[in-house]
Design a protein around this ligand. Sequence first.
Ligand code: ADP
Length: 620
Amino acid sequence: MKLLAFASICFVALLPTAIIGFFQQVEFARESVDQLALHLGTLVHQAREGTISPTLAVSTTQNNKLVLWSAFYRGDVPFARAGLTPGPQQQGRIRLIRINPDRPIAKQFPKPELTSLSGEGSEFRVFLTLSERNGLQERLEIGISYAALYSTAQDSLALSAVMFITAFLFLLGAAVFVDIYISRFTMRVIRAVRFRSEGADPDSFLSPTFGVLMEALERRDDQLIDTRDTLETIFNGMQIGVAMVSTELRIVLVNHYLTSLLTDAGASASEESLISEPCSIINLPGQTPSVEELCRRCLQSLSFEEQDIEFTIAGQKKYLVQEAYPLFGTERIPLAIIVQWRDVTSERLAQITVENFNRELQDKLDYQRAQLEETHQKLLQSGRLAAVGELAGGVAHEVNNPNGVILAGARYVLNRLQSEPTQPPEYVTKYLQRIVKQSERVADIVRALLTFSRRRPQEKSLLHVQDPIHDALELVGSRFAGANVQFEKDIPADLPFVEGNRNELAQVFLNLFNNAVDAMAGGGQIKVSADMATLESQPAVRVRVRDSGEGIPGDILDKVMEPFFTTKPVGKGTGLGLSISHGIIEEHSGTMRVRNHPEGGAEFEIVLPIVGGANGGKKD
Ligand code: ADP
């Protein structure tokens, strides 16, 4: 309809132009014919008057097209014709007329008579009878032809029509073009956008006329959508969080990984809530400096910026690397900033594991070194002890014999004096008793020194740990009562046997009990317990001796087992009890330790290997 209306408008607009052009041509032809007719009339008048010039009569042409001519006829046969382009009939038949061109026709012919006027097609003729001889008329024909004008007008009209039709068709074509490619297309795009935004099916309004165009567009559209979908899939499938931030520091794009990262971190992070917001809205825990600060730095330096982030989600550590770099347009002008978050938790945890492993190794190495140092010290100590022991042994041996003589002599004299009827002076008895007592003490020390210095292994047998404990109690039990000490014992009867020297082990427990009594001046408790333990990953029997005394001061705790270390007054302690005990236990391949019990008092722990491993030493 629209096209028809436009065509009508074109037609109406062009038609007056065509009509005016046509009438102009007709008017021109009419004026020309009028002029010719006037001219013809003049010639006819001149011919009748005999004043016509024969030359004139034969030479009137216009634009090489004859429009005026004259001819002489004898009868009906034209014998001379002037001004006419020779046609096939006239070829070779032209003859000279009997007209003297220098004389007026009226002088040569009687007054001509107008015999006939005839018009045919685009020609008009006037016949004048000049003479009549022997019944044969000689006539003068004067004619005009406006065929040329006629055809000119016709040509003009045809040209106008062709131009009109061409212009009409051109305008019509242009209208169709405009309608198809611009108007309709634009309308379609507008409507498509509106329909699509309303969720309607755009196909429902497609005009079939534009089917092909629309199909092509839709194919292109589909390709674009496919490309966009592919890019979106790649962007959202990336295993790093990505955000595009404008140079005004607002968020342009975020991918799914980032939104889920933010959600995991407890921040509300839907894509809609982030887009167009200031980038400071992206706020992960432990993010220092902020994303905004990082972007600012990036815009300033126009280079890569990086920082580590560390935070805890649901009790699990998370390690991220946050990076920012500018996107450049032409001439290194930054268009936007890409900020990305890489989860490096597994790498970092692996690194931490390796670091911990290294640290543990270092600790073990340090421990081994300390052990080595301790062993070295022990070796030195044992070497020293061996030397001291040797020396002490030598001295003891030398002292033992004279001391024995002194002691025996003193005892003998004392006994003799006491059996005499006369009492000796008091001071003699007193000093003899002192000599005996001190000699006995010397004998004790010598014995201890000899034990300490002894190197040869003692005979061992299978025994239950309660046996040497029992022996020691036999010797020291009377002392407990005098010192107000209570004794408790918890030794399971079914403990495995150990291999040892009963006397030596009894000496160890005797030393421990004596020291415990010495440590509890006002009385107290001694508890002895035994159970199973391990020694160098092998089953062993453990005996603990604990008292309720003051304990051992921390600064001497590691010295009490050194030989000759004592805190007891001169004459009371030798400082050899614990060192001898320690030596005996080591000879039994066991260990002896001391500590202060958390609830008070000193506690000695002795561990002895059982015979034959886990089951070998079981008591029946
Ligand atoms: P001595 O008993 O001759 O001093 P020891 O080697 O038996 O020599 O003991 C060394 C030192 O260890 C003692 O002088 C004492 O200071 C300390 N000692 C030993 N046993 C205990 C204990 N049960 N409570 C407090 N101190 C103790």
